[in-house]
Design a protein around this ligand. Structure first.
Ligand code: BG6
Length: 470
């Protein structure tokens, strides 16, 4: 296939997060993962926790130089609430946290890499989880806004791209429905309140940023990162289609609609109301959500959902869950990333792009994560010690070809960030699956560019890819 050219000034970048890259060095407070690791190491693959991660706290200068070396022109990471803020109630900052993030930001500027800063990446301070139930509480929403305001004041002069949340639906699922993040609660009603409170926290942070911009004349932008997992029905049968629509309302449109349109999808609120699990809200809060929508959107895409109408009665013994209305469908013959257990379906990137173009005012957006986690990558090391991750290059080329098609048809996509620049710590999977353009040897923290890192440099420099035959 021919070369495919991307729009001018396209972002060729990558994403990581504070808790997954920095390590806990000199951090005054603990988030839920720090705490969970302290009390139950066995939960984490090979018992590797977030203590060191990829050592970004100590090696950020060298790491950012490596980003530059592989041609990344933009990069996302997150500030850790638990590093920047010493006292969550008063918003008092930790001086070392301020120093660290200042130096990181200045280093990105020195290297000429556009920085996107995210404020929350699954990392609820344990103190607020224990005291108030984390996002269950509207007081925590206020504390988050206090923290966001501090971040804007401290860093807004240099950071021009902000994100309020990364994948806010994940804590809803992981902490309150399907038990894969601490505190492993199964409570659908609480989950829905958490969903609402997070959307509110995002809108209030956007509002605070607007006030900051007005006061300072700053011209930055603020958005949200959503993991969009399109729900494909098993068949054209009406019940399957309905089930997929509900699944989309719960997992995708629940955040996409308020973020862009300023209101929640009716399909979702009608169901929640009927089932007696609708969140508590006030008119004033709903007005805040209505008025404070995003400037731009980040889309994380890894996998689709395959959905069917329920074939078995939903077991209500653990109370209400949205799964009452749909079931996952194990589609025969689907392509899998066997290490992560996720389906590979590149065309969904095109479908997401068309959805944003046609149903969300063609708002500007970028792919903020796409990637392939592979276990045991050392076996692909060549004589020079470089991991030859051709499978990752192919994965990216295929996804980018679908993205390119959508852009050619008018989708307003301005960039492609992969997960992740340097192999990083992945929650309970720790370092099991590696995603980076650059590998990290854990005992020595030696970092080596993989074949895909050399590939992205060429792509970024030429602003084109070798198209994939579709
Ligand atoms: C995204 C997250 O869901 O996927 C990252 O934003 C995460 O934090 C990445 O690391 C890859 O998923 P995992 O679970 O394999 O680490």
């Amino acid at each position: 296939m021919a070369k495919l050219k991307f729009p001018e000034n396209f972002w060729w970048g990558s994403a990581t997060s504070g808790p997954q890259s920095e390590g806990r060095f000199k951090k005054k407070n603990r988030n839920i993962f720090d705490y969970w690791y302290d009390i139950d190491k066995k939960v984490f693959f090979n018992e590797v926790g977030p203590d060191v991660a990829s050592n970004f706290y100590n090696s950020f200068k060298e790491d950012i130089a490596l980003y530059k070396k592989i041609g990344l022109n933009s990069l996302r990471t997150s500030i850790q609430w638990t590093r920047l803020i010493k006292d969550f109630e008063t918003g008092e900052v930790d001086e070392d946290g301020v120093r660290f993030y200042n130096e990181v930001i200045d280093e990105f500027i020195r290297q000429g890499i556009t920085l996107v800063i995210n404020l929350y990446h699954f990392d609820m301070p344990i103190e607020l989880q224990e005291k108030y139930g984390g996002w269950e509480s509207k007081h925590v929403v206020e504390l988050f806004v206090k923290y966001a305001k501090k971040a804007f004041e401290l860093f807004g002069d240099r950071v021009k791209y902000w994100m309020t949340f990364n994948e806010p639906i994940v804590p809803v699922e992981a902490q309150y429905m399907y038990k894969f993040h601490y505190p492993l609660i199964v409570d659908g009603k609480k989950a829905m309140q958490v969903l609402y409170n997070t959307a509110l926290a995002s809108a209030k942070a956007i509002e605070a940023y607007g006030e900051y911009k007005k006061r300072t004349g700053n011209n930055g932008e603020i958005g949200i990162i959503l993991n969009l997992t399109p729900s494909y029905p098993r068949s054209e049968n009406e019940e399957d289609i309905k089930a997929a629509e509900i699944s989309d309302a719960v997992f995708n449109n629940s955040f996409l609609d308020p973020a862009i349109k300023g209101e929640f999808p009716r399909l979702l609120t009608d169901i929640l109301e009927k089932d007696g699990v609708l969140w508590e809200s006030t008119q004033e809060e709903l007005d805040t959500i209505k008025k404070n929508t995003v400037d731009y959107l980040g889309v994380n895409y890894y996998q689709p959902r395959r959905i069917k109408a329920r074939e078995t009665e939903f077991d209500m013994s653990s109370g209400w869950l949205p799964d009452k209305y749909f079931e996952n469908y194990d589609m025969p013959g689907k392509r899998m990333n066997i290490y992560r257990g996720w389906e590979i379906y590149p065309k969904a990137i095109y479908d997401i792009a068309k959805n944003i173009q046609e149903n969300y005012g063609n708002i500007k957006w970028f792919i903020s994560e796409n990637g392939m986690g592979v276990e045991g990558e050392e076996r692909f090391k060549n004589a020079e010690g470089v991991i030859e991750d051709d499978y990752r290059i192919e994965f990216y080329r295929e996804h980018l070809t679908h993205l390119h098609k959508a852009i050619a048809e008018g989708a307003n996509c301005f960039g492609y960030h992969t997960w992740t620049p340097i192999d990083c710590w992945s929650w309970t999977n720790s370092y099991k699956n590696r995603y980076g353009y650059i590998s990290v040897d854990l005992p020595t923290q030696i970092k080596t560019v993989k074949k895909s890192g050399h590939w992205i440099k060429e792509v970024s420099e030429s602003n084109e890819i070798e198209g994939w035959d579709m």
